[in-house]
Ligand binder design. Structure first.
Ligand code: HEM
Length: 402
């Protein structure tokens, strides 16, 4: 039975549907201390953006314990100042050189079409497993340069890395298993760097193996970055494609809007990211005591930037729980830049490096899916969602139209 006086993120209800909990927290003020989670939850859109933009007052130092043991070195999210800017810039140039060309997007289209052809041989499909996850793995592996025969092999290693970073509790056995898996993933990636340095190809690892050191990236940091990109890119892509399909199939007017005019696809994606941000919580640690909207937060406290709550802040978005395709307060023009009206890609120094790429990947995959969707409908109770830090569909069941 949920406790209405002291809402907490540490309950099963939050994993199933956190939005009622966010609302109850918001009723208590824009900054809520979750005693059980021992975290200060920031719920208001403007306050979340302010915290994310203040990297001096709110750091990502927690990643030294949560991520470094599995990634093996510091990643961009832990860096600040000139070091961060240089290493982020060379990575972004690598992404542009590798994926913003004439080859990558047609390859995504081919992957998605072939997944749909396979799905078409059945009468019922679970789309997360049959489309969204393989799409996300394929396009991220292709970006990094991970060959097809390795793509399935690395998935359990990646799962262990994700679990190590995001789960609040783990037994000593789980911890050792995850550390061992992360070790295999790092050894594999180091091999990949060495092999691409000997014979470069058209992929991000080749680019960073050749040019990364000019920006001060060591091989261990390139490995950490590759693992970081694998998890940072694939999970949100998988979840967002599933939500795009779900929203389209459950609302005939949306289906009509995107199939009659592909110019509506960017807006469809923009509103999906606002309503269903796959990264729901961005943690930060206070550096010195901080005052947020009159609440004093002691030095070294954990602050949760509640992206899911901020993106449905009623003082910023009218009818915030509703999907509105041409929403005025969520401009598509800015939606994939640091000045976006939603916070799905974060804000400030650590704004997502892959926002523009994600736009291209998702628009291409969604557009390629539209002709196939005509033959399918949502089954009863089609959607199962799960997750707190990252959240999205774990099941999306479709059945063929009669
Ligand atoms: C729908 C897709 C995506 C979503 C919703 C998303 C979300 C985010 C968010 C919220 C952050 C900020 C984290 C923080 O402030 O601590 C972030 C950072 C980051 N993302 Fe993404 N992301 C997506 C796709 C991608 C892709 C495709 C890539 C890689 C190609 C990527 C790589 C990264 C990296 C490396 C960072 C850290 C940047 C830094 O610290 O400066 N993401 N992402």
């Amino acid at each position: 039975m949920p406790n209405f006086d002291s809402p907490t993120l540490l309950c099963d209800e939050a994993l199933r549907d956190p939005y009622p909990i966010y609302r109850r927290m918001r009723e208590k003020g824009p900054v809520y201390h979750d005693h059980l989670a021992d975290a200060w939850c920031i719920l208001d859109f403007d306050l979340v953006r302010d915290v994310l933009q203040d990297s001096n007052g709110f750091s990502s130092h927690h990643l030294a314990d949560r991520a470094e043991p599995v990634l093996g070195a510091r990643v961009l999210a832990q860096m600040t100042g000139a070091e961060h800017d240089e290493k982020k810039a060379v990575t972004m140039r690598g992404i542009a050189a590798t994926a913003m060309d004439g080859y990558y997007l047609p390859a995504i289209e081919r992957v998605v079409k072939s997944l749909w052809e396979e799905i078409g041989t059945t009468r019922r499909t679970e789309l997360v497993c049959d489309l969204a996850s393989p799409f996300a793995t394929e396009v991220t592996s292709a970006l990094l340069g991970i060959d097809a025969q390795w793509r399935r092999k690395i998935l359990p290693w990646n799962r262990s890395v994700v679990e190590f970073i995001t789960l609040l509790q783990q037994t000593p056995d789980e911890r050792s298993r995850r550390l061992a898996d992360a070790g295999y993933f790092r050894a594999f990636s180091l091999n990949l760097i060495e092999s691409r340095r000997r014979s470069p190809r058209h992929d991000l690892v080749s680019y960073l193996a050749e040019r990364g050191s000019s920006a001060g990236l060591t091989d261990d940091e390139i490995v950490a970055l590759a693992l970081n990109i694998f998890l940072a890119a694939s999970e949100p892509l998988d979840k967002t494609l599933s939500y795009l399909v779900h929203e389209t199939l459950r609302t005939p007017t949306l289906y009509e809007a995107v199939t009659s005019d592909s110019g509506n696809i960017p807006q469809m994606l923009t509103e999906t990211l606002r309503l269903h941000p796959p990264v729901q919580i961005i943690p930060r640690i206070t550096v010195g005591s901080q005052d947020i909207a009159g609440t004093k937060i002691p030095d070294g406290s954990t602050v949760y930037c509640m992206i899911g709550a901020a993106n449905r802040d009623p003082s910023k978005f009218s009818d915030p729980d509703k999907f509105i395709l041409a929403r005025r307060e969520n401009s598509v023009r800015k939606a994939f830049s640091p000045s976006a009206d939603h916070l799905a890609f974060g804000s400030g120094l650590h704004f997502c490096i892959g926002a523009m790429l994600a736009r291209r990947q998702l628009e291409t995959a969604f557009q390629a899916s539209l002709p196939y969707l005509a033959g399918w409908q949502l089954s009863k109770d089609a959607l199962v969602e799960h997750g707190l830090y990252t959240r999205g569909p774990t099941e999306l069941v479709l059945e063929k139209r009669k």
